[in-house]
Design a protein around this ligand. Structure first.
Ligand code: CO
Length: 213
């Protein structure tokens, strides 16, 4: 594994640095995790959740995919969300996009990239819904705005899941937030969308969870 030797070397140094700072660090983490946040972000290598948030291992539960999408039939996303909300009992779900997102850019034109076109297709729906606003902007401003609108759409999609609606129906405090990260300065921006009650959703999405129980 000569190709990965540098990584193993980094890892050994990191582990011993952690131990030097706190001799019980790994022992305590191995016993339990109690993160307060679920992060749903882009797979982009420049947007690592823990580092951006300044959080240590154990402090944020992370799900990443191309263009930070919350597809309502994606078992991976749904399983992460369910485990985070129902088992880990996180109180904050953060959907974080980033400006300059390649996935969002790819969905903004007509080029086909293969299978991933299907994954990114919902971004075109968001574009269509906001076409008037988007087409008044040009170039980078339009791309940036679509990155923001994509985050806002995913916040709603997270809220439309049975998982979040069940948590609210049970009286749990659970907030879903929309954030965006700038690659240019390393700063996070709040998109001022925080959903923590069913009546913040369009009426058709407000499921009566009592019916199914
Ligand atoms: Co991206």
């Amino acid at each position: 594994m000569a190709d990965l030797e540098k990584l193993f070397d980094n890892n050994r140094k990191w582990a011993s640095r952690k131990l030097a700072e706190d001799p019980t660090f790994f022992q305590e983490l191995a016993a339990q995790q109690a993160p307060q946040y679920l992060w749903i972000g882009c797979s982009d290598s420049r947007v690592p959740a823990n580092q951006i948030l300044g959080l240590a291992p154990g402090e944020v539960f992370v799900h990443r995919n191309v263009a930070n999408l919350a597809h309502n039939s994606d078992m991976n996303f749904l399983s992460v969300l369910q485990y985070a909300v129902e088992v880990l009992k996180v109180e904050h779900v953060i959907v974080c996009g980033h400006y300059g997102c390649g996935g969002v850019r790819a969905a903004s034109d007509n080029r086909s990239l293969g299978l991933i076109d299907n994954w990114l297709r919902n971004i075109k729906d968001t574009y269509t819904r906001h076409r008037e606003e988007l087409e008044q902007l040009d170039g980078e401003a339009r791309a940036d705005r679509l990155c923001e609108l994509n985050v806002l759409a995913q916040v709603h999609r997270v809220c439309h899941t049975t998982i979040v609606q069940n948590a609210w129906a049970a009286g749990r405090a659970l907030s879903v937030h929309g954030l965006i990260y700038s690659l240019k300065d390393g700063l996070l921006h709040d998109l001022a969308l925080q959903v923590n009650r069913q009546d913040q959703l369009e009426e058709i999405y407000r499921m009566d969870m009592a019916i199914g129980s």
